[in-house]
Design a protein around this ligand. Structure first.
Ligand code: MG
Ligand code: ZN
Length: 226
């Protein structure tokens, strides 16, 4: 969120507004969750920086799962439809959300997207959040599972520098594992970093380009039985 410089006698006002915003978001997230549950839809909130490989992994998940499950996606992006087009080409319905300047999806936006979807015709919803690892941590959208994607191309410190995003996450995909050597990134160390923040987190190593590790990712997501 943008921070404004305000006189000190108004500071508490800003904090109250911010708390209200987060509380309202949490209430709307609960409403999204119960709407999803009523329709038997399992939703995954997918977080990761721009270029980490979120869309590529969503494409791979759609390709692997679409014969057994009815899948749709919500693609959050500042301004483009690139991701939505890619996911659609893999065979899933997509609702594109252009957030304008907003750097995360929130429960209100996701709720509006749900209103545009045929929920009776869905089993799995993959929500690709806007590409950053900071503020989405504070804005649950009502998903059942949070999955974080960190790429070896982002260097060795992505996990230790973004602890908050991992606290509510169930799954970490360490992506572009084929580049680990060239990037001199120790993927086992990334795994240990994640487990230090969130014991019990499922960590999988993937290569979204080839599909390697995507079966492990599907297992880690613990999707409900078809
Ligand atoms: Mg993307
Ligand atoms: Zn944001």
């Amino acid at each position: 969120m943008m921070k404004m410089i305000i006189p000190s006698n108004q500071r508490s006002l800003e904090i109250d507004l911010s708390e209200n915003l987060l509380k309202t978001n949490e209430q709307l997230a609960r409403e999204n969750r119960s709407l999803l549950d009523r329709h038997g839809i399992f939703a995954v909130d997918i977080l990761g920086s721009v270029g980490s490989g979120k869309t590529t992994l969503v494409q791979q998940l759609v390709l692997k799962l679409k014969s057994r499950r009815r899948i749709a996606s919500i693609a959050g992006d500042l301004t483009t439809t690139i991701d939505a087009d890619r996911i659609r080409s893999a065979g899933a319905d997509v609702v594109q959300i252009n957030t304008g300047g907003e750097c995360h999806l929130d429960a209100n936006i996701v709720g509006q997207a749900l209103g545009k979807m045929d929920l009776a015709a869905l089993d799995i919803l993959l929500i690709e959040n806007v590409g950053n690892l900071i503020c989405p941590a504070e804005f649950p959208v009502g998903a059942h599972r949070r999955m974080v994607v960190v790429s070896t191309s982002e260097g060795p410190y992505m996990v230790v520098k973004h602890p908050y995003i991992f606290m509510d996450a169930g799954v970490l995909a360490v992506n572009k594992k084929d580049l680990a050597g060239i990037m001199e990134v120790d993927i086992e160390k990334l795994k240990q970093d994640a487990l230090a923040v969130k014991p019990g987190m499922k960590v999988v190593f993937t290569n979204g380009r080839t599909g390697e590790g995507v079966d492990d990712l599907i297992a880690a997501l613990e999707l409900p039985e078809a």
